[in-house]
Design a protein. Structure first.
Length: 403
């Protein structure tokens, strides 16, 4: 091997030498880089660049504005391109609602001032922006409701109505139209696991975007209350995947021949007549009915009636059926049975193994009374009535106690 001079050796090893340190960056450049690295960490954590839009977190929206500003400044792009391993500077600026051009001047200058070099780009200044105000509304602090004793009976009544089937809860449709939905004083919602009652709706006010808003007083079932805007409550309900609206006790038909758009079928109320030759059944065949609720096909439900003691070990015929929507069928069935409990048939049937069974769903009730009960379920008044065997009619509960 040919001997190398020190100069030759230095040239040979130069490719492996430690690169020269770059000249120190200015404080402004360091701030720009630090701000860009925050955006990169956001992308690593969430898997996508920061986006505009009111449905996104306020910090994501601020990062999106910051990225727009960095894209717009050529000197920033030139500085950051060597470290842009995620390709954030190569894409076109997003043209979405809520972008920098749509922000008010205080909010825009507050966020972008750092990119221009006047202050730290990583600093989110506490200028009370409209976005921050909206976010604060949505997580408004609740405080103790000092007059909760006045509202407690309302929550108890709603709970009783839900248990009896007089009220139901409907899932909130997750579409843009809900944000326009009317929220009135007296409405109940299920929100974040709590029942929320809209106690007061203030005078209409005009929001910064020109839409109408109002200040609410909302009472919660845990004894707290909040003072928030109507549109803030709408957004909170919309974002909560478990939120539901509690219907009014007279909110219209609970079931019908055909469902309305968006309704979910829940089951069928059925009225059956037995073909049993049992003396007690034969004696009252015209007024003896089995009333129940099923989530399946009624014909399949009764296919093996003669082998089932709940069907009196005999074939049955279908007298009437009613399809129901958006309702808890177990609670509805319990409600119907409670109304007709005074006329419940007391009979013991032996199953095919000889074991005694006492069926609980047979009632000595004329068919027209069942139809009347159905109508009262539809208009929400059924909880006020019970069946009087002595009068063969539905009577109001306070009156039935004296008969």
């Amino acid at each position: 091997m040919t001997d190398l001079s020190l100069d030759d050796l230095r040239d040979e090893l130069s490719d492996f030498a430690e690169p020269k340190k770059q000249a120190g960056r200015s404080a402004r450049e360091e701030r720009i880089i630090a701000g860009f690295e925050e955006i990169q960490r956001f992308v690593e954590q969430h898997g996508h660049p920061p986006r505009h839009g009111e449905e996104n977190d306020i910090f994501e929206r601020l990062y999106a504005v910051r990225l727009d500003r960095l894209l717009a400044l050529e000197e920033c792009r030139h500085l950051l391109e060597p470290m842009d391993h995620q390709g954030l500077l190569t894409g076109a600026k997003a043209d979405q609602p809520g972008a920098a051009d749509d922000m008010d001047i205080d909010e825009l200058l507050s966020e972008l001032d750092g990119a221009a070099g006047a202050a730290e780009i990583t600093e989110l200044r506490h200028v009370r922006s409209s976005a921050e105000k909206r976010a604060a509304e949505e997580i408004a602090n609740r405080e103790s409701c000092k007059d909760f004793d006045k509202f407690k009976p309302l929550f108890q009544a709603v709970q009783r109505d839900l248990e009896s089937g007089a009220r139901i809860t409907r899932q909130i449709r997750k579409d843009a139209g809900f944000l326009k939905a009317d929220i009135k004083a007296g409405d109940f919602f299920i929100l974040s696991g709590q029942t929320a009652y809209v106690a007061e709706v203030g005078d209409p006010i005009t929001a910064p975007n020109g839409e109408m808003d109002a200040r609410l007083r909302v009472i919660y079932s845990n004894g707290t209350e909040s003072d928030l805007l109507l549109r803030s409550l709408q957004r909170a309900i919309y974002k909560d995947e478990t939120s539901r609206r509690v219907t009014q006790s007279s909110a219209g038909p609970l079931f019908a021949a055909q469902n309305e758009e968006g309704d979910l079928a829940s089951g069928t109320i059925y009225v059956l007549r037995s073909k049993s030759e049992h003396p007690l059944v034969a004696q009252h065949r015209d007024v003896l009915h089995k009333i129940g609720v099923t989530g399946g096909d009624v014909a399949k439900r009764i296919a093996n009636a003669k082998l089932d003691p709940t069907f009196l070990m005999a074939e049955v015929e279908i007298v009437a059926t009613y399809t129901l929507y958006n309702i808890n069928r177990v609670k509805l069935e319990n409600l119907i049975h409670r109304v007709f409990d005074p006329a419940r048939l007391d009979i013991e049937i032996k199953d095919r193994f000889g074991n005694p069974i006492v069926p609980r769903e047979w009632f000595l009730v004329p068919r027209f009374i069942v139809d009347e009960a159905v109508e009262r379920i539809k208009d929400g008044t059924i909880t006020q009535y019970t069946y009087s065997p002595a009068n063969a009619r539905l009577v109001q509960r306070n009156k039935s106690e004296h008969e």
